[in-house]
Design a binder for this molecule. Structure first.
Ligand code: F6R
Length: 610
């Protein structure tokens, strides 16, 4: 999604902003721009494409000024083009604005401005806001007041940064539904949409709250609501290290993050899991423990990969805690007026903690009286703040657009949540201990898979030219199949579908021929023989079968074309192990096809628009 970096201080702003923009590239974008306040007015450079394209076109080091703002745009209104790139200026060219989010009533405002004679250079909703602020400034002669007055009329979401030659020693930032962070330096301030853009300058940050704005000057800053009520800001420390957002010798962030999983998975249960009595200590849920004990129903809401984790969670919670669970796409949940009672507990799962659809779903659930729990990775994110209680994933920053380590950390947390809830209800200490003991073994199992990636690479090479893939699994492994298919399509652009294996004969079987690779997740669980039959059905139609199977399964090679081995674990934990080769398969296929693995086309890391 779009990225913002602003600066006010004593250093030259442009180099600092450009390096911040590069740190935000992982979020996904299609144009970039920068604006500085020079002694003779605003200097602006913007271009469709990458930050390097902008650097090639303009010597950004010649952009003079100690106050500036930069932006990476992910197109919503208008194609990616030089004109539509941010920053946008008002009609007089003295006020510049960058904007993340969507101004929903921009057409109404635009019409009003057009009737008053104002014209526009771009197709964006953001330029409308810049021109609107400029029009208000003509009568108000006060930048902060003009911004506030404009925002009072705006419907939709925004994280904005505004600067002006009229007040060259001020940077104004405001947010509603789109995150902004202030970086507190020594005689200098940064404002960014993501902590990764400021961490190389300062670790001290203030997370701007919903409907809050910040007025930054070289000698200090103040915060207030958009309605002009002063607020107290809390300075916090960024919770990760710079090295965690660097590639550290790996070719791609995605590969680095796949290989981090033995550590990130362990971090997810460290200090929480109590193997000796088969329980879990989840401090973040203490305030809602009684609510959880009484819960009649659990609703899990999320998007994409996090939604897949939710489907695994449904299986885990229902089998260990015997509480009915429903899993809802957050984007659908909000708009169908869901039936929620105060006895319901809603769990929102999100890596970024900023996904607009998930945020809207939790607001809806809270409005209807449910207790809302967050399972979030990014510390201090909006979802983490807006939920009643929560459990952090502790996966560390995830930079690769395709989610990998966050998914296994979500499964780690969901397993512990199911255990926690189960032990509050009917699950015996003995059953709890068996699960806890095996959870502790998972990092070692993941390491063993990662130690043997060559066979997966060879399979990837063989099938990298395929146009379609089918991923099949049953029970708890069906969501793992969905996740495998999603990984492949996201980064290799091969069409892939996930299905419950037995459902194949009700339609998708028509697709099977010698060109169709079919990935089966086939651990030796109680439905192993049924899955084997499904494999036979594919082979009978000349399909190519890639089976993810237990390492001690000596029968699978009779029916599968290729076998990828995973260590034997408890059936309910198989999706964790199965997802590792599926991530690697997608990764190696995408690399083989020459795709930009870390920044796949059209995708954004954090989807802050609905
Ligand atoms: C897939 C992926 C997306 C996200 C989805 C939800 O690799 O990254 O499908 O899972 O956009 O994002 P979060 O978890 O940040 O709410």
């Amino acid at each position: 999604m779009c990225g913002i970096v602003g600066y006010i201080g004593s250093k030259q702003a442009a180099p600092l902003i450009v390096s911040g923009l590069k740190r935000l590239e992982y979020r996904g974008y299609d144009s970039a721009g920068i604006c500085c306040i020079a002694p003779d007015g605003l200097t602006i450079a913007k271009k469709a494409g990458r930050v390097v394209d902008l650097e090639r076109a303009v010597d950004l080091h010649t952009l003079e000024g100690t106050v500036g703002v930069g932006h990476t745009r992910w197109a919503t209104h208008g194609v990616p083009s030089d004109e539509n790139a941010h920053p946008h200026t008002d009609h007089s060219g003295t006020i510049a604005l960058v904007h993340n989010g969507i101004i929903e009533n921009y057409l109404t405002i635009k019409k009003k401005l057009a009737n008053a004679g104002y014209t526009f250079k771009s197709d964006t909703d953001s330029e409308v806001l810049a021109v609107f602020i400029g029009m208000l400034y003509e009568t108000l002669h006060d930048l902060e007041l003009s911004v506030r007055t404009a925002l009072a009329e705006v419907e939709g979401t925004f994280g904005i940064v505004v600067l002006s030659t009229h007040e060259p020693d001020v940077v104004i930032a405001a947010r509603r539904g789109s995150p902004l962070i202030l970086g507190i330096g020594n005689g200098e301030y940064l404002v960014a949409s993501d902590a990764s853009a400021v961490i190389s300058h300062t670790r001290q940050v203030v997370y701007l709250q919903e409907n809050e704005m910040a007025i930054l000057r070289r000698d200090g800053f103040s915060t207030k609501t958009i309605e002009n009520v002063d607020t107290r800001s809390v300075v916090e420390e960024i919770a990760f290290e710079l090295a965690q957002i660097e590639r550290g010798g790996f070719e791609h962030f995605m590969l680095k993050e796949i290989f981090e999983q033995p550590i990130t998975f362990r971090d997810g249960f460290r200090g929480r899991l109590r193997v000796e009595d088969g329980t879990v200590r989840l401090g973040g849920l203490a305030s809602v423990a009684e609510k959880l004990r009484q819960a009649k129903r659990i609703i899990i809401t999320a998007c994409g990969t996090s939604w897949h984790a939710g489907l695994v969670g449904e299986y885990l919670i229902e089998s260990l805690a015997r509480v009915p669970v429903e899993v809802e796409y957050a984007s659908e949940f909000r708009y169908r007026n869901p039936i929620i009672s105060p006895d319901d507990v809603v769990i929102a799962i999100s890596q970024s903690g900023e996904t607009a659809d998930t945020l809207a779903a939790i607001r809806e659930a809270k409005l209807k009286g449910a207790t809302v729990i967050g399972m979030v990775n990014v510390v201090g994110s909006t979802i983490a703040r807006e939920t009643d209680a929560g459990v952090y994933l502790h996966a560390g920053p995830e930079i690769g657009v395709a989610s990998t380590k966050a998914f296994t950390s979500q499964l780690c947390v969901l397993t512990q949540f199911a255990l926690y809830l189960g032990r509050m209800r009917a699950l015996s200490a003995e059953q709890g201990m068996a699960i806890a003991e095996e959870l502790v073994n998972i990092p070692e199992h993941i390491t063993r898979i990662l130690d043997n990636v060559e066979p997966i690479k060879a399979i990837a090479k063989k099938y990298s030219g395929a146009s379609n893939f089918l991923y099949l699994g049953r029970g708890v492994n069906f969501p793992a199949a969905l996740e495998g298919a999603l990984k492949l399509k996201e980064i290799s652009y091969i069409h892939a579908e996930g299905y419950p294996a037995a459902e194949m004969k009700h339609g998708p079987i028509a697709l099977i021929d010698e060109n169709m690779p079919v990935v089966f997740i086939a651990p030796k669980d109680e439905i192993y023989d049924k899955v084997r039959s499904n494999i036979e059905e594919v082979r009978a139609r000349n399909g190519r079968v890639i089976a993810i199977a237990d390492e001690d399964d000596d029968r699978i090679a009779d029916v599968a074309t290729h076998v990828i081995r995973i260590p034997r674990t408890l059936p309910m934990l198989t999706p964790i192990l199965a997802s590792i080769p599926l991530q690697l398969l997608a990764y190696f296929i995408a690399v083989e096809r020459g795709c930009n693995v870390d920044m796949p086309r059209n995708l954004a890391k954090s989807v802050t628009v609905e």
